[in-house]
Design a binder for this molecule. Sequence first.
Ligand SMILES: [Zn+2]
Ligand SMILES: [Zn+2]
Length: 394
Amino acid sequence: MELGDQVKAYEQQIIRWRRDLHQIPEVGLYLPKTAAYVAGELKMMGIPHRENVGGSGIVALIEGNTPGKTIALRADMDALAIREETELAYASTTENMHACGHDAHTAMLLGAARVLKDNQHLLKGNVKLLFQAAEEGPGGAKLMLEEGAFENPKVEAVLGLHTGAVGGNIQNGQVGVCFGKMMAAMDRFVIKVIGKGCHGAYPEKGVDPIVMAAQIITALQTLVSRELQATEPAVVTVGKIHGGTAFNIIPDAVEFEGTVRSTDYQVREWLAKRIGDLTESIAHGMRGEVEYEFFYGYPPLVNDPNFTREFLQSAKKVVAEEDIVEVKIPVMGGEDMAYFLEQVPGTYFFLGSIMKLEDVQYPHHNSRFMLDESVFATGTSLLVQGAMDWLENN
Ligand SMILES: [Zn+2]
Ligand SMILES: [Zn+2]
């Protein structure tokens, strides 16, 4: 039987897995119910696995009959702290919701596990399955790596996907591939502007941190608009600001924080430095002081062009060529799959899957977000085909 038909035979099962997981969404690094569910299914399939790798992460291994390399397939399992408002029959039974589609990723990977297990005798090399916690934060991928997820046997390539509408104009069932920089680093900065408090009627007696903060926040926008090449993707957003207690008092300090997005490692370092330098210069120019902290989050997600070219050939066996779309402009959201892709060549791809509710297509992280289940089998096929072809050709 063709791989696609083999996957099709498990389509209803994949949908059932997803619906079960959809009802028990959990948030963060510890997902006891979700992980127990996945581990239970792997056990029933007779697939050996290690639990609690990076919080509730699971590493499973399917060893082929013929020795060869090892490729990892990755799915995230965590949900969001949003109360679901879809009224689906299988809606969440908790305060949380799978509003990003990670339940589908997990179900698709379980489907891949099932089909790969059936084809174990044909496998050259091994497939490692990574079921990851905390993609939405604080990040499970890095912890899994630190806890040896890529060792024994050593992983030499990695493949993963995001479903839904992350990829922008990618329609249902279409595959978005990218040959390089695909998603942004998501870093955070915290700035404390320190002045000297006084009566609002006598500003000359103090140093006003609110006016300084206003200058700094406006100036930070010029890093992207005036100092960086116009074609280089980057974002500086101040999302939170706090200062002052009353309308007629100049406070001692103002604190604000924001997010920084970039897709290039050098631009990332440059922004980390320039935000601090510019802030400090303005504050000093206005007789104030600053405390500046930069927190590195997920790195940029960069696909390996050669691996992606190989994957493209596999994808063509699964979907029609016109349904494979090249993602030419990076997405400024982040993904901790980036940590896995920092270690070994591989690719992350988008799989369009969106269900409208009363004619409205709700975005990711929305309480009415829904997925089109008819796409899940395609996701499983892409993972299985991609893994088997890579093992065969490498
Ligand atoms: Zn998300
Ligand atoms: Zn997501």
